[in-house]
Design a protein around this ligand. Structure first.
Ligand SMILES: Cc1ncc(COP(=O)(O)O)c(C=O)c1O
Length: 373
């Protein structure tokens, strides 16, 4: 088992999980869930056995939603939905729910995930590319956008998990609703919610178990779903039913609630932002200090604070790097299959010690293999 608070079973050194998703969870949250697993809320039964229509679960559901609203300072004119299907379902649900009478929607193409979103949206509408960094190999977020006036919305992927590029601000699209896939940087920083028409995030990075998807939608955008939209994927119907049109992901919502409380106890989103900035800056520094050995293809101002992606100058050393990292208790550092190289995902629950262990390993590895470059 890969846990950062347990010694590695073979090497007797600490173990750290750098997986891109499902990613590292706060140890305190897992411990609390374990403690409460058989007897939740002094009910004598597990939460897994608790009906979602009962008063105790409804109370929990409301608390979790309130905690999220408070954490992100979500204004009252936004609805919070807890949905099934992961972020990928939203690639279709956004156009199905928001196009209304429009036939076109704008997308900003910044890497693997936005490209995938655009392909899926193309099944429902004409996809316009408002901006793209494809020409430069997705090494940055595009500066100039051209959003068509008659578009339904403009979609961005705030952090490209596979490519390691991130928006470090909330873009302003004026009257055009801005839609963001925040799957891999949700809750890593404060967000100016009023800039967005809708935000969605799959849970498996900074929230909790895979499958659960948080949707935050401005209420005036509800009610325009295509007639063929399945009811459980209709934002408006789910909003009216309090996200309980069908059985919600009860255990996942409970765990998300524990994570929200953990974030609060750590100092909230300001602290998450400081942590991720500091941790990623230290890793990028090691890469840049050893630029004869490691290289990061992303321009410094656009580098992700969540997914630090880099390559070895001698790519033939990549497998050796990964194998020696595993032995040193540094797990799941392999880059996305479509991008290659190394990726260190340092979500909110990654402790400073994990980043320090990786920095030390990277320096040693460079010293040991520099002559092979
Ligand atoms: C930015 C981004 N969007 C969407 C997804 C897809 O999420 P899911 O597997 O929950 O559908 C991922 C998964 O890693 C992601 O990183």
């Amino acid at each position: 088992m890969v846990r950062h608070f347990l010694p590695d079973p073979v090497m007797d050194n600490p173990s750290y999980n750098f997986a891109a998703g499902p990613g590292v969870m706060p140890a305190a949250v897992l411990e609390q869930a374990q403690k409460e697993f058989l007897n939740w809320n002094k009910s004598g039964m597990s939460l897994l056995e608790t009906p979602f229509s009962g008063a105790s679960f409804k109370k929990l559901f409301q608390e979790v939603r309130d905690n999220l609203r408070q954490l992100l300072a979500i204004p009252d004119d936004y609805q919070i939905l807890f949905m099934h299907g992961g972020a990928s379902a939203q690639f279709s649900l956004v156009p199905l729910n928001l196009l209304g009478k429009h036939v076109k929607a704008d997308y900003v193409e910044t890497g693997y995930w936005s490209a995938k979103t655009m392909r899926e949206a193309g099944r429902y509408c004409q996809v316009r590319v408002a901006a793209s960094s494809a020409d430069t190999g997705f090494d940055s977020m595009p500066n100039t956008w051209q959003i068509a006036p008659q578009t339904a919305y403009c979609h961005i992927t705030s952090n490209e998990t596979a490519n390691g590029v991130q928006f470090h601000h909330d873009p302003d699209t004026g009257d055009i609703p801005l839609i963001a896939d925040m799957t891999s940087d949700f809750l890593s920083r404060p967000v100016e919610i009023s800039r967005y028409g809708l935000i969605y995030a799959g849970a498996q990075k900074n929230i909790g178990p895979a499958g659960l998807t948080v949707v935050i939608v401005r209420k005036d955008l509800l009610g325009h779903a295509h007639a063929a939209t399945p009811s459980v994927f209709n934002y408006c119907l789910q909003a009216e039913a309090d996200s309980m049109l069908n059985t919600p992901l009860t255990f996942a919502v409970y765990l998300a609630g524990l994570v929200f409380r953990w974030i609060e106890s750590q100092g909230g989103l300001e602290m998450m932002a400081q942590n991720s900035f500091r941790r990623s800056a230290r890793l990028y520094q090691v890469i840049d200090d050893n630029n004869d050995f490691y290289c990061c293809r992303v321009q410094p101002a656009h580098r992700s604070y969540m997914n630090v992606c880099f390559n070895l100058v001698n790519e033939a050393l990549t497998e050796k790097f990964l194998a020696e990292a595993e032995i040193s208790g540094l797990h799941h550092l392999k880059g996305h299959p479509m991008v290659g190289g190394i990726r260190a995902s340092i979500y909110n629950a990654m402790p400073d010690e994990g980043v320090e262990a990786l920095m030390l390993f990277m320096r040693h590895f460079a010293e040991n293999y520099r002559s092979y470059v």
